[in-house]
Design a protein. Structure first.
Length: 167
């Protein structure tokens, strides 16, 4: 099971990394084109600031998922590192339960925000705002799945806190 999960998540991670690279590349190109058109052609691309802001929102959320896969979010684990493995398991599972609750609240709010804003178009680019907010439930759902998998491996593995442990 662990091998299948790792394969699926490596594929998902590669897809999200590619999307992040494409978004960042387009952001740079759009901002550069706007600067060139403003200073040399004497007109501004009205939609550029809006579209790059939307891309930044997607970058932040996708980046947070990529960081969560590799446990790269900020955390204060000095105290937890000193605990025995059974106590660390309890703390990790309790923490993961709190994370799922928080992510579910964000997912629910993001879904409502997405659903209610498909009719609202952005002023300059005329992009439905629902597409911008779509990233919130998408990433929160994937992070909830990741938390569940991490919790499963914490409970099943003999030494889940060893270096190089996956999920």
């Amino acid at each position: 099971m662990e091998k299948i999960v790792n394969t699926v998540y490596k594929s998902l991670e590669n897809i999200f990394r590619a999307i992040v690279v494409v978004l960042l590349t387009f952001m740079v190109v759009i901002v550069f084109a706007n600067v060139v058109s403003r200073y040399y052609l004497q007109f501004s691309l009205a939609w550029s600031e809006e579209v790059t802001r939307f891309m930044l929102v997607w970058l932040v959320f996708l980046g947070s998922f990529l960081a969560y896969i590799h446990d790269e979010h900020l955390g204060l684990d000095i105290f937890v590192q000193k605990l025995s493995t059974p106590v660390r398991r309890v703390v990790a599972v309790a923490t993961n339960i709190l994370v799922v609750i928080a992510l579910y609240a964000i997912l629910e709010g993001g879904y409502l925000l997405m659903r209610d804003n498909f009719d609202w178009l952005s002023p300059a680019a005329e992009i439905p705002q629902g597409y911008v907010y779509m990233v919130i439930p998408l990433v929160c759902g994937l992070m909830i799945l990741q938390v569940v998998l991490k919790t499963y491996f914490i409970l099943v593995k003999k030494n889940p806190f060893s270096e190089g442990s996956s999920c």
